[in-house]
Write a protein that binds this ligand. Structure first.
Ligand SMILES: [Mn+2]
Length: 328
């Protein structure tokens, strides 16, 4: 066996070599990259529950090298369709001061967007989504947001989240106020569980989002949910934000805001809904709220986070490939 073949053999294991997202090559320069997998190890934007969300990117890299690469439904290997890279973690020297770190996150995603790469972020708490949307969306080009979460994150009637201005609780309303997303094109889905003292139930409706609570999603089925999302999205560029707490706690115990009140999505539902976006202009996405210190010994939450990352990367890769050649 020659050296190259020997290395290929070793790379097919998950425990050999330096771990990267989806075992993609590591290159911090987004120029020359089509899909940029970005770690955002940020956890000072929430903190009212669990605070180890900055450990998420490391945990996903640890398990994602061994993830299967050929997408069964789509029959493609995203790594072969485009230049898929792990561009490393956002540099945030004042990471304990959330609102300063948020500026660093925005600057990094502006760099990535300017290079022509489409980012998929691994958080980090949910406050990372607003600076990403600031980098990718604008009043001239508002995005269609597809937001899967047990929570609405539109706590508009609180000035700050315990001192944090651009917080994990506010991002989905601020994105509308700043006209980064078009609520008329956007859907929030998967909301469930009993209400906290801070819950503000009607804000999302007033902002203009379509809200499909988890129970409604079950009534509609995956196909019905996809139809409802796509009717709104149309030909608008799409951003997908995936809070892992939308999954059932049994398959995602390592999240920051567990919702035990009713069952969450199965992976079949969650992946099916994402796969329904195939062919749409997905410009970026994120997977957030992983709490590795609460995960089970099999790291099932990190593995499911990797699966969602793989779905998002594949959606974008398929779209990029379709724009340069016939649909694979
Ligand atoms: Mn949530």
């Amino acid at each position: 066996m020659d050296d190259a073949a020997a290395e290929r053999t070793m790379r097919s294991t998950y425990w050999w070599g330096v771990p990267t997202f989806l075992a993609a090559p590591h290159d911090p320069d987004p120029v020359g990259c089509d899909v940029a997998l970005v770690g955002v190890p940020h956890s000072s934007g929430n903190g009212s529950t669990e605070r180890d969300q900055h450990l998420g990117p490391r945990a996903v890299r640890h398990v994602s090298a061994g993830y299967r690469r050929r997408h069964r439904r789509f029959g493609v290997v995203p790594h072969d369709l485009c230049r898929l890279r792990d561009v490393g973690d956002v540099v945030m020297p004042e990471f304990m001061v959330s609102d300063r770190a948020i500026k660093d996150i925005e600057a990094r995603f502006r760099q990535i967007a300017a290079a022509g790469a489409r980012p998929v972020a691994v958080g980090g708490d949910h406050s990372i989504t607003l600076p990403i949307l600031r980098a990718l969306g604008s009043p001239e080009r508002p995005l269609a947001l597809v937001h899967l979460d047990a929570h609405l994150d539109t706590y508009d009637r609180m000035d700050t989240w315990f001192g944090v201005v651009d917080s994990a609780a506010h991002w989905a309303s601020k994105a509308v106020h700043e006209r980064l997303v078009d609520p008329g094109r956007s859907t929030q889905l998967g909301m469930r569980g009993h209400m906290s003292p801070w819950t503000q139930a009607n804000v999302s409706d007033e902002l203009g989002y379509l809200v499909l609570e988890k129970a409604r999603c079950d009534d509609l089925g995956v196909e019905g949910v996809v139809t409802a999302i796509l009717e709104r999205v149309g030909d608008c560029p799409v951003y997908v934000s995936f809070d892992l707490d939308c999954l059932d706690p049994g398959i995602a115990p390592g999240v920051s805001n567990l919702e035990p009140g009713e069952d969450g999505f199965t992976m079949t539902q969650a992946a099916g809904i994402l796969q329904g976006l195939r062919g749409r202009d997905v410009v970026g996405g994120d997977v957030v709220c992983l709490m590795p210190t609460k995960d089970n010994p099999n790291a099932i939450t990190a593995m499911n986070a990797t699966t969602i990352l793989f779905e998002l990367a594949t959606l974008i890769a398929v779209r990029i490939a379709a724009s340069t050649s016939p649909v694979p």
